[in-house]
Design a protein around this ligand. Structure first.
Ligand SMILES: *Cc1c(COP(=O)(O)O)cnc(C)c1O
Length: 365
């Protein structure tokens, strides 16, 4: 049995009877930019997440960039974030000319270590930018307390956590502004690029709507320098078909994780940790293994895909060589050396999971 990391085709075949007529109707309607499906999706996503405003945009990287712009962050400002994330988190900080201050992660959740965040706050710190990595919500209460105490903005990177709850609230409803990605393989993915920013603030929402559309409120009147960063109508159709299923998809991801957890018990591995505060939605199922490379080879020989998210922490990337010179984050570095993500998607069968576990068991025997 060949087992891929993700399988978008099976889900598409399930959605096809509903999706194809809706896509054709949108083609017939020819309202391709900021059309009725985009508006409807924004309202539906805001209701699902429990936020006042959801502003869609072209992708998750733009969502972060627009969020930082809307908050007015720029040169001289520092933003605290994790070095163990996808590059886009730090790229957005660089786009606005602010400085990224990296802080090490917790070895079990792989999310920001809150005590180290507290120590990194200085006179130039303007914002905290936690990432709900792999679908595991960051513990938001202490971060909110720090933000309040020091007058900082709190920005959530929810690219991997659509539908995850923490302390009874949705990720993306807690910070001042939150950014989502609808890249095809994300928990809620469209069939191309897509993104969204959420906020409870009317003022920020107004700025965000202008920023994504050339700084304009009234057509051909431009108040600020904005961008062309809109979600397109066809992607909104796809997202509207999938949104009512997201809780089911996330439950299925949790089923896969639980079966892995049982099937891998007792092996010399660190399996994913659940902190009991948030509910993990398993964008990735990521192990730590001392013999990671041998394990990956054994999986590959059995035609089972696996992936290393992420092999090079951001502070060790060439692009940040000057900015992060001499910095070291031992937990992040050791996690990057040992991490291995297994196939996970809602449609992954129990038989496939059992086969992955059997191959791992044999490889580590
Ligand atoms: C995917 C991702 C992004 C960027 O999203 P795009 O839609 O690919 O631009 C940002 N942050 C994290 C943590 C991501 O995983």
């Amino acid at each position: 049995m060949r087992i891929p990391m993700v399988d978008l085709a099976t889900q598409y075949r399930e959605l096809k009877p509903q999706l194809e007529p809706a896509l054709l109707a949108a083609l017939e309607a020819t309202q391709f930019i900021l059309g009725p499906n985009v508006q409807a999706f924004e309202a539906e996503a805001a209701a699902y997440l429990g936020v006042k405003h959801a502003i869609s945009c072209a992708n998750g990287t733009d969502a972060l960039h627009l969020a930082l712009r809307a908050l007015g962050l720029g040169p001289g400002d520092e933003v605290i974030t994790t070095p163990f994330t996808f590059i886009a988190t730090a790229e957005a900080i660089a786009y606005v000319g602010a400085k990224t201050v990296f802080v090490d992660i917790d070895p079990r959740s792989f999310n920001l270590d809150v005590e180290q965040v507290a120590r990194a706050i200085g006179p130039r710190t303007k914002a905290l930018l936690p990432v709900h990595l792999f679908g595991q919500p960051a513990n938001m209460a202490p971060l909110q307390a720090l933000a309040q105490q020091h007058g900082l903005h709190l920005i959530e990177d929810c690219a991997q956590s659509f539908g995850a709850r923490v302390a009874g609230r949705m990720t993306g409803s807690i910070g001042d502004v939150s950014a989502f990605s609808f890249f095809p393989s994300k928990n809620l993915g469209c069939y191309g690029d897509g993104g969204m920013v959420t906020t409870q603030s009317d003022a920020l929402a107004e700025t965000l709507r202008m920023l994504r559309n050339h700084g304009s409120k009234v057509r051909y009147y431009h108040d600020i320098i904005g961008y062309n960063s809109r979600l397109d109508e066809l992607q909104a159709v796809v997202l509207r078909a999938k949104l009512p299923r997201i809780d089911h998809y996330n439950q299925q991801r949790r089923r896969v994780a639980q079966r892995y957890q049982a099937g891998l018990a007792g092996l010399p591995l660190q399996t994913p940790f659940e902190d009991g505060i948030g509910q993990h939605v398993y964008h990735q199922y990521t192990l730590l293994c001392e013999r990671r490379d041998a394990l990956q080879q054994a999986l590959s020989a059995a035609q089972i895909a696996s992936a290393i998210y992420y092999p090079v922490p951001l502070h060790q990337q060439k692009v940040f060589a000057a900015e992060a010179a001499g910095q070291s984050f031992p937990v992040t570095e050791s996690v990057a050396r040992c991490c291995l993500s297994l196939p996970i998607y809602p449609e992954l069968s129990d038989a496939a999971i059992d086969e992955v576990c059997a191959v791992i068991r044999q490889a580590l025997a």
